[in-house]
Design a protein around this ligand. Structure first.
Ligand code: AVJ
Length: 335
């Protein structure tokens, strides 16, 4: 009977540390100023994820063209038990970039088949996504505790590293690693390795290199959700920094740069125009066709992943693929 009743989400089981709220606009303001002053113009992908942006990303994950989420889900549905069987003893679950944490449920359930209780430590840039996903998880799982960090990856890892932990399984799912340049990926995995101990593990979800047609469809969906997700950065600057971007005068662009192995995402100015951003006391000129680089999404092959692991203190234990072999889930052991 007790299992069918919603668990009380007492604050005893839920702790959230908000490292983003301390200076809510300072980071965005300075990074937007810098990004719009540089040539070529650029933004950082973490600024996609305000409340609306996080929800647009959830919508992307439901698109038929965006095969990544479906493929990773398929892998976790098949292999979650096998994945967690590589860890001995009572395990804590750490997740970087947890978002809505819907795929995490499969790993949580697999761990709770092995152990009576579980501590889950999600780190995410979006405090709103963290708060709602944590509450939903706590409602579903009475034996779960959540200690959440609203923070960017590096600040989050620094905080997480201050506390000793039991055996840890770290998750970095959804090809979140895609946003890193090769050097940044090394830096991130080394920082993550630092908070782990020998015998801990990282489950790294990485999208695979494949035909241009499939990749470009995934980032140019027919409904225009990815375009809305991309242009929302301009809407966010309008809302939070008093900008006057005319969203109808900019368009979404995404294409596969095969030589570099990444999808590149831009916002293109459709005409020459000047945009004012009052809180930055700044006017920005755009030429017709000028681009703002908003995101890279690097694609991997299995040798790229093995190299990344070897250079960051991990050893690849196993890789699982979906049936169409579009996506990889890689279990890396901390050595
Ligand atoms: C969250 C970085 C994995 O690169 O596929 C999706 C972000 N951008 N559609 C990706 C994204 C446009 C996504 N990652």
């Amino acid at each position: 009977m007790a299992e069918t009743q919603p668990a009380q989400v007492s604050e005893e089981r839920f702790l959230i540390h908000n490292l983003v709220k301390r200076e809510p606009r300072a980071g965005l303001a300075e990074d937007v100023r810098r990004g719009l002053s540089s040539k070529p113009k650029r933004f950082l992908p973490k600024y996609f994820y305000d409340q609306l942006g996080s929800q647009l990303f959830e919508a992307i994950c439901l698109l038929p063209e965006y095969y990544l989420t479906l493929a990773e889900n398929e892998i976790l549905e098949h292999y979650a038990d096998e994945i967690v069987s590589s860890l001995d003893g009572n395990t804590t679950l750490l997740e970087m970039g947890s978002g809505s944490a819907s795929k995490t449920r499969l790993i949580i359930e697999a761990l709770m088949r092995k152990q009576p209780e579980l501590l889950f430590i999600p780190v995410d840039i979006s405090a709103s996504a963290l708060d709602s996903s944590s509450r939903i998880l706590l409602q579903s799982y009475p034996q779960l505790k959540v200690e959440a960090y609203a923070a960017d990856y590096f600040a989050g890892l620094t905080e997480v590293g201050k506390k000793p932990r039991a055996r840890t399984l770290a998750l970095f799912l959804g090809s979140n690693v895609s946003n890193f340049d090769p050097e940044e990926a090394l830096k991130f995995l080394r920082a993550l390795r630092q908070v782990l101990r020998e015998g801990d593990a990282l489950l790294l979800g990485a999208d695979l290199k494949k035909e241009r047609r499939v990749l470009e469809a995934a980032y140019n969906d027919a409904l225009g959700v990815t375009a809305a997700f991309n242009l929302n950065v301009l809407a966010r600057i309008n809302r939070e920094l008093g900008g006057n971007f005319d969203l109808r005068a900019f368009q979404h662009r995404a294409f596969y740069n095969e030589a570099v192995g990444r999808v590149e995402i831009y916002i293109e100015s459709m005409r020459a125009q000047t945009v004012a951003i009052s809180e930055l006391e700044m006017e920005v000129q755009f030429g017709a066709g000028e681009h703002i680089h908003t995101e890279n999404s690097y694609k991997y092959d299995l040798s790229d992943i093995a190299r990344l692991a070897a250079e960051t203190g991990f050893t690849p234990a196993r890789t699982w693929l979906d049936r169409k072999q579009q996506f990889s889930s890689n279990l890396l052991l901390a050595v």
